[in-house]
Design a protein around this ligand. Structure first.
Ligand SMILES: *Cc1c(COP(=O)(O)O)cnc(C)c1O
Length: 410
């Protein structure tokens, strides 16, 4: 595809936030599948951000004109370039989803044996290790945090260890300096599952400047989405060729197929959605920051509800709003979860159960819950509250009031 074939002027990349001034944002026609249930509107833990449909159809018109629907089309290239700028990542390869991004990195890095990882994550993290034919080794998270504890990581290294797969849980950065130091001294590949960390910055630096590889998910439930989608960022652009080939069946030229690749390409309509999401990313992030701030005010003095602070030096993306329901609260975490559900507030227990307790992992020596004390406690106390752009102040107050009411239970 020649650059000249791509008329970027037909693509509405400029920001148009005027419609946001009207807070009664049109969420589009609702398809009514069944009679609405009695009671208040349900509130879910997230709701995908959708830009105005007419802006999306304008970009679709370009796809129709070009007749290029996928296979690394011009919108995909444009998205990769814009993501490199926005994320501050040396090189970004889009992938059809975040799970395949993880699998592809483990393949590209040519790992063997054991990969040290966290039990406190979404199941795709550890499944990718098993699916790559490698052995996950679970280590505990920090005493006051949700990410891998570097000291425990170092203790778990054996002569079979080839990599560390860490997760920036809730977008809170891992101890990147300590992990880099360990990886360097033991010659391990350092991979970050950054599915929660789109746009997060640490001490003024992009989180995507750390580690050998990071992976992203652009699933509809994430801060930035392309319906389904994902990406791999690599610190060394020389590693990029192998990923380009792996996401395209292992093909490197018309007659050369040196790798066992798969199909993990991002389609043009998905790339179009990504380009449009980038136009609105400042709005999306500021909306999430507003919700975060209001929750912190509303929940500040409730005994037994602990709201983890955003660490110093971190510009958060507020991808989740995690709270810990401690023993000082009159209800258990599950009690509060059920109570909120009865008020049609659907929170999520991210991450419960621990990955190490799932049937395919529980017999691993590293899955022993006695060695995963912090992760076990977090998974018993965690609750993630609804947070998304355009969650209204009154919807948010409904959540806060419901928690406050259950805090005064006998
Ligand atoms: C969402 C998520 C994934 C998987 O991404 P998909 O795009 O849904 O495949 C992987 N890891 C973590 C931590 C996630 O939250």
């Amino acid at each position: 595809m020649d650059e000249a074939d791509l008329d970027l002027t037909e693509l509405p990349f400029g920001s148009n936030l005027t419609f946001m001034e009207d807070r009664k944002f049109d969420r589009g026609p609702q398809i009514q599948l069944r009679e609405p249930a009695e009671g208040p509107e349900p509130l879910y833990v997230t709701r995908p951000f959708l830009p105005p449909l007419n802006e999306y159809t304008k970009i679709l018109q370009g796809i129709w004109n070009r007749g290029i629907l996928t296979n690394n089309g011009p919108l995909n290239y444009a998205l990769e370039e814009k993501l490199e700028q926005f994320l501050g990542a040396p090189s970004v390869a889009t992938i059809s989803n975040g799970s395949l991004a993880l699998e592809m990195v483990l393949e590209a890095a040519q790992l063997t044996g054991e990969v040290i990882t966290t039990p406190y994550s979404f199941v795709a993290t550890s499944h990718s290790i098993l699916r790559a034919g490698l052995t996950p080794v679970f280590v505990d998270i920090e005493d006051n945090g949700f990410n891998l504890n570097p000291a425990r990581v170092e203790e778990a290294i054996t002569d079979r260890t080839s990599a560390i797969l860490a997760v920036h849980c809730y977008g809170i950065p891992c101890d990147v300096d300590a992990l880099a130091n360990i990886a360097r001294r033991h010659k391990l590949t350092l991979i970050y599952d950054a599915a929660h960390a789109f746009g997060v910055r640490l001490e003024g630096r992009s989180l995507f400047s750390f580690g050998d590889y990071s992976t992203l998910s652009f699933h509809a439930t994430k801060v930035f989405h392309t319906f389904e989608g994902g990406a791999i960022t690599v610190s060394d652009p020389a590693k990029r060729d192998r990923i380009n080939s792996l996401r395209n069946f292992g093909i490197t030229s018309e007659t050369t197929i040196p790798y066992i690749g798969t199909n993990a390409k991002l389609s043009e309509p998905s790339a179009a959605m990504g380009l449009l999401q980038l136009d609105y990313i400042d709005f999306v992030l500021s909306e999430r920051a507003r919700v975060d701030r209001l929750y912190r005010e509303g929940l500040a003095d409730i005994k037994g509800i602990y709201v983890p602070p955003i660490p110093d030096g971190v510009i958060s993306n507020h991808s989740y709003f995690p709270i810990l329901v401690t023993s000082d609260f009159p209800l258990s975490r599950d009690g509060l979860y059920e109570h909120l559900k009865s008020e049609r507030i659907f929170t999520r227990r991210y991450f419960y159960p621990l990955l190490s307790s799932l049937p395919m992992y529980e017999s691993l020596p590293s899955a022993d819950p006695k060695r995963l004390h912090n992760a076990s406690r977090a998974s018993e106390q965690i609750l993630c509250l609804p947070i998304y752009p355009l969650l209204s102040d009154s919807e948010l107050q409904r959540v806060v009031c419901a928690i406050r009411r259950s805090s005064s239970h006998p």
